[in-house]
Write a protein that binds this ligand. Structure first.
Ligand SMILES: [Zn+2]
Length: 512
């Protein structure tokens, strides 16, 4: 049944009018290897210092792109107190774990050596207290205890998400600080401590904490340390844990720690960064929007070496710039798109898709009227499996929310660019999970059909050796033209791209 539907859809795709076809080709031809090279030569130069989010090089790249958007007369649409801007600025914080310790009468325990402190709270004052053992820290464990404004100690066999849930529950019951004994052996504890440390790594960039959110911070401690501060024997502690597991704990065994003092601090630095947005208004369907994205941020400098990010994602950024110019040239000649198009190069991708995440929560254009996102992340190189046939591009996500988008994309490629469209990474069972790993995903989460264009990885991926001399400019030009033709078709067709795949169908389709 499913296959029949797909086939019949193919027949309904309108045959492109030849005049329109010529125009599409005429403007696609303005996307040239020369222009792409000229932009990439600047964006991937050492002067831009690897374009790390919040750093000088990122700001220089933003200024360069915004200046180009102005030159080609895209409209600035971000509303600021100073008028309309190309820059959508927003705040992030950079966290550094600060002085943090736990002391008993005879010993000082150090953060990331003896225990691990995690959390978003920037500063905690010195505290002196006994800890109340609350067993597993389930709702019923709190029933006979008053932990209001007290510091509690619980245990967990589980992973980070379970620990967080327990912390939130403890705070619901009024507890202030939460200490979690990680049961399991020393190796396991060391591994977990390392992963907490990695998560808290210095200079981690994230959105500022919402003051209304309950703090999820806690101290994770080992069995031996718990035994020491609870002033008890290993067997006593194990027996308390076992009784709690059988639901027999509270308040049969009273375990209260010796008095401890503890201190945890973090240094937080404010960082500002910006997405760069340029807009072209459509004609008779101008209230429907297509968003074209690529991230222009990259990894910055490692020691002496600049991560130039020529492919990642300098290639996508310069493609967006050239595609934007092609559309503005068309518009000036009276052939502007029917639907409006937003060209957006985003920041913070390498730090966790932050720029696109900010955009979808603060959209410059209504998301309900945003009909498609075409996202480019790395289209200037050839991966190992295509060394023989380099005329290819991986497409990811094109059929996930809209079969129509997938069919349009296929048809455009057959008509114009004739690249091999490789869907290897579109398979849900592919372990790389690329669908979830670039900026389009923030649009897909909002039910906006997307296509992600990607050349696959290569040995220079996320290394200082991702440089401009390794970019295949003719291929980059061809792939950029494919995105242009696809955007042109979506912008000019009669009907808006339909969201026509339900999540259930998606599951079924992917299990085939
Ligand atoms: Zn990237």
């Amino acid at each position: 049944m499913k296959k029949v539907i797909q086939l019949s859809l193919l027949f309904f795709i309108p045959i492109f009018v030849s005049a329109q076809q010529d125009l599409s080709i005429e403007y696609a031809n303005t996307i040239t290897t020369n222009d792409l090279h000229e932009h990439l030569n600047i964006l991937s130069s050492d002067t831009l210092e690897g374009r790390e989010t919040g750093e000088r090089g990122q700001k220089m790249a933003a200024a360069y792109i915004a200046d180009f958007f102005k030159t080609i007369e895209l409209e600035p649409i971000v509303v600021t107190p100073a008028g309309h801007s190309y820059l959508q600025s927003f705040k992030l914080v950079k966290r550094y774990p600060g002085e943090t310790w736990i002391k008993t009468a005879n010993r000082t325990y150090e953060n990331f050596e003896d225990f691990a402190f995690t959390g978003k709270t920037s500063f905690r004052q010195l505290k002196k207290s006994k800890l109340i053992f609350v067993g597993e820290g389930r709702d019923e464990d709190y029933a006979a205890l008053n932990v209001n404004k007290k510091n509690v100690i619980i245990y967990s066999d589980g992973r980070g998400s379970e620990r967080k849930e327990k912390v939130l529950l403890a705070r619901e019951h009024g507890a202030s600080e939460v200490f979690i004994i990680q049961t399991g052996d020393e190796d396991e504890f060391q591994r977990m401590m390392k992963s907490v440390k990695w998560n808290m790594k210095p200079g981690r960039l994230e959105f500022p904490a919402n003051p209304k959110e309950v703090d999820e911070g806690y101290f994770m401690i080992s069995m031996p340390m718990a035994k020491e501060i609870l002033n008890t024997s290993q067997s006593n502690l194990l027996s308390a844990i076992n009784k709690s597991k059988q639901g027999k704990y509270t308040p049969l065994i009273k375990l209260i720690s010796q008095e401890i003092t503890f201190y945890a601090s973090q240094d937080v630095e404010d960082v500002s960064t910006e997405n760069v947005l340029g807009f072209i208004e459509g004609t008779d369907k101008k209230d429907e929007y297509i968003v074209l994205t690529a991230h222009y941020d990259h990894l910055g400098i490692d020691g002496e070496e600049v991560n130039n990010g020529a492919d990642d994602d300098g290639s996508g950024t310069v493609a967006i710039m050239e595609i934007a110019q092609a559309f503005t040239l068309a518009k000036k000649a009276g052939h502007g798109p029917r639907r409006s198009i937003l060209f957006m190069t985003v920041t913070g991708e390498e730090k966790g898709l932050l720029g696109s995440s900010y955009y979808v929560t603060h959209p410059a254009l209504p998301l309900e009227s945003t009909i498609t996102n075409l996202n480019i992340d790395m289209i200037g190189r050839i991966d190992q499996s295509h060394e023989e046939n380099s005329d290819y591009i991986y497409l990811i996500g094109s059929d996930k929310l809209s079969r129509e988008l997938h069919d349009v994309s296929e048809k455009v490629n057959t008509t114009y660019t004739k690249l091999e469209l490789d869907y290897t990474y579109n398979d849900e069972s592919d372990p790389n999970r690329f669908y979830y790993r670039s900026d389009h995903y923030n649009f897909a989460k909002n039910n906006i059909p997307i296509i992600f264009y990607f050349n696959g990885t290569h040995p220079d991926y996320h290394k200082p050796t991702d440089t401009i001399d390794k970019i295949e400019f003719e291929l980059l030009e061809k792939r950029a033209r494919l995105v242009f033709h696809t955007a042109w078709e979506i912008a000019s067709r009669e009907d808006r791209i339909a969201v026509d795949v339900t999540p259930e169908e998606m599951e079924l389709g992917n299990s085939n």
